[in-house]
Ligand binder design. Structure first.
Ligand code: PMP
Length: 428
């Protein structure tokens, strides 16, 4: 019995599905997940000593690569002064200053401990501020595991076939209205019918939890105008895209200012962190400045702030995002060439350091198209890559991530693995 198999057997006895977050379990791709012993740069090493070029990056945070010395040293310095204070600490102020400078629509911010907390808190604020109760989300978008969001959700919920989760009270789910992403006419029709009851629209400005789908030209602007016209708040969930697709996130890239924004992943540098923020008069409604309650024992944790600040410093270096984009293009173009050589229908969506792989000839712009792709071919491709030392997200419905640590040789090795993996994907 291998060490990995033994660990997974023990884990399955004690953790639901053997994991602490569903997609990690390899349920849809099949097989056993590997247990990671350590990570450095672009790579993970499992407990057997196998090395993998990693395009998951802890699901997004590791944009500068794993175990970056500057991030690690910032954490080590912070740890020497104590792990948690339960009082305000200086790094929280620097963090708020950094976020509000990089993302101008965010005039004030509240730190939390995960993306889920950020989105749950943001819709509470939207409801409290507008006095309305309905929330609009998009089919296949994922905003964490709050009750209001597990309605036609993406990510693991979609991967495991439970997009609307048991355990969410009907009364709660009824307050979540869903729309097809990238279909402005559908949004206009919904607002025409229910506009007065809608507190907010929450959207992943680039959808990264049903694979990776980019907004059509004018789509985000259209949502902005609809919300403004009907007195609803527009929330961009930039937990994935924030600081990744541009220093100021998707809102900078597309030139659309939401009322509220949620963050996670990169702002924690690999530590458990989230944040929400937005216009000053809205954020002033949050306790203790205002009456809308939200709190957290570990929020603004000094070690987590140190990691996040080190990460945010690194992503502000000149040319950082251009280089991520260049490498992602290199990878995407290479995969398209190799797939074509193998005769496999395949397309790629990409934006800066974020990408999606689709087993179809079509350019994918919708949830319906993404879910119609050949997932069996993806699963074979995933395993073909894994056994050659390349780790892609273990689901056809997750985005992939490039990091600053991936080198040209890593990309060349990835394409070499893909040459064989595409042939195997086809052969199935
Ligand atoms: N929003 C988006 C867009 C996400 O991608 C995720 C997690 N992948 C979340 C929210 C939830 O964040 P967390 O897992 O930190 O709760």
């Amino acid at each position: 019995m291998t060490r990995n198999h033994d660990l997974f057997r023990r884990a399955q006895e004690l953790l639901p599905g053997g994991v602490n977050s569903p997609v990690r379990a390899f349920k849809s791709v099949g097989g056993e997940p590997f247990f990671t012993a350590r990570a450095d740069g672009a790579c993970l090493w499992d407990v057997e000593g196998n090395r993998y070029i990693d395009y998951v990056g802890s699901w997004g945070p590791m944009i500068v690569g794993h175990n970056h010395p500057q991030v690690r040293e910032a954490v080590e310095r912070a740890v020497r002064d104590g792990l948690s204070f339960g009082t305000p600490c200086p790094a929280e102020v620097t963090m708020a200053e950094t976020i509000t400078r990089l993302v101008p629509s965010v005039e004030m911010v509240r730190m939390v401990n995960s993306g889920t907390e950020a989105t749950m808190s943001a819709i509470r604020l939207a409801r409290g501020a507008t006095g309305r109760s309905k929330v609009v989300k998009f089919e296949g978008c994922y905003h964490g595991h709050g009750d209001s969001f597990l309605v036609k959700a993406g990510s693991g919920a979609l991967t495991l076939g439970v997009p609307t989760s048991p355990g969410v009270p009907k009364a709660n789910a009824d307050l979540t209205l869903t729309l097809p992403y990238n279909d402005l006419a559908a949004a206009e029709a919904l607002f025409a019918a229910e506009g007065e009851a809608i507190a907010c629209v929450i959207v992943e400005p680039i959808a990264g939890n049903m694979n990776c789908i980019l907004p059509r030209d004018g789509y985000l602007q259209g949502l902005r105008e609809l919300c403004t016209r009907h007195g609803a708040l527009l929330i961009f969930d930039e937990v994935m895209t924030g600081f990744r697709v541009a220093p100021g996130g998707a809102q900078q890239l597309y030139g659309v200012a939401p009322d509220l924004t949620t963050f996670g992943k990169i702002i924690g540098g690999g530590m458990p962190v989230g944040a929400y923020g937005g216009r000053r008069e809205l954020m002033r409604l949050i306790a203790p400045a205002g009456p809308i309650y939200q709190a957290g024992t570990l929020s603004g944790n000094p070690v987590a702030m140190a990691a996040g600040l080190a990460m945010l410093e690194l992503i502000q270096q000149p040319g950082f995002h251009a280089e991520l984009e260049r490498k992602t293009r290199l990878l995407a173009d290479g995969l398209l060439t190799v797939a074509a050589e193998a005769g496999v229908p395949f397309s790629v969506n990409r934006v800066c350091g974020m990408f999606g792989l689709f087993f179809t000839d079509a350019r994918v712009e919708s949830y319906a198209q993404a879910t119609a792709c050949d997932t069996a071919a993806f699963n074979r491709f995933f395993h073909g890559m894994l056994k050659r030392g390349v780790y892609l997200a273990p689901s056809a419905f997750e985005a992939g991530f490039m990091s600053a640590a991936h080198g040209e040789q890593d990309i060349a090795d990835t394409l070499e693995a893909a040459r064989a993996a595409f042939r195997e994907a086809k052969a199935g």
